[in-house]
Design a binder for this molecule. Sequence first.
Ligand code: ATP
Ligand code: MG
Length: 222
Amino acid sequence: MTENLRRIVVMNSKGGCGKTTIATNLASCYASHGFRTALFDYDPQGSSMRWLRSRDENLPDIYGVVAHKSARDNKTQSWHLRLPIGTERVIIDTPAGLRETELLNHIHNIDEIVIPVLPSPIDIHSTADFIRDLLLIGKLRASNTRVNIITNRVKANTIAFQALKRFLDTLKIPVIAQIKDTQNYVHAAERGMGIHEIAKKQLEEDKILWDQILKQLEATAS
Ligand SMILES: Nc1ncnc2c1ncn2[C@@H]1O[C@H](COP(=O)(O)OP(=O)(O)OP(=O)(O)O)[C@@H](O)[C@H]1O
Ligand SMILES: [Mg+2]
């Protein structure tokens, strides 16, 4: 394994909060910035791998790993053996409904945890439970793993978003980005692209946002 390898896992036991959207956009963003990138899909639904299959071969390369099979066979610790030599960033997409015991496997040797959360009361409650379970894992406290939150599908100036902000203020976890609710993510996903890979003038702001997300995740990387 290279010393420059960093692993980022996108997780929240709540379904539909944007794990795959964020994992795939992160992978494409890293690849576009010249990092040798791998994308792991621990979800048997295989959405990240479907995204990767629809990716045009002229776009920056991303190495895909169907990881849920080895997770089922309890072989999670050996996944790094399958990485191409020189891999620099590993982005890991996880399924909804992760239980406490499974959390442990996913945070092993991880540099950054990214938790997407939607502005809705149901999502706030589930995410609060998830974060509590995550922080209770002693291994996380003892490691250098950083936890980050990304608010997703945000409609600014809504009551739901105000409630989410109040909830996040009670946590001591950095909120590294606020992603808008826009069909651009749906369209990019269909084409196996990250939003910043789409050449449209209107998306300049989103490109800046993803560059900032990368910068935050790289802040402590040596
Ligand atoms: N910022 C956004 N704006 C608009 N649509 C979005 C946004 N983020 C995600 N979506 C859409 O919301 C749906 C759920 O997103 P996604 O699949 O990324 O969530 P997930 O957490 O991976 O879900 P699951 O728990 O099923 O794996 C998808 O249809 C996706 O295209
Ligand atoms: Mg998903």
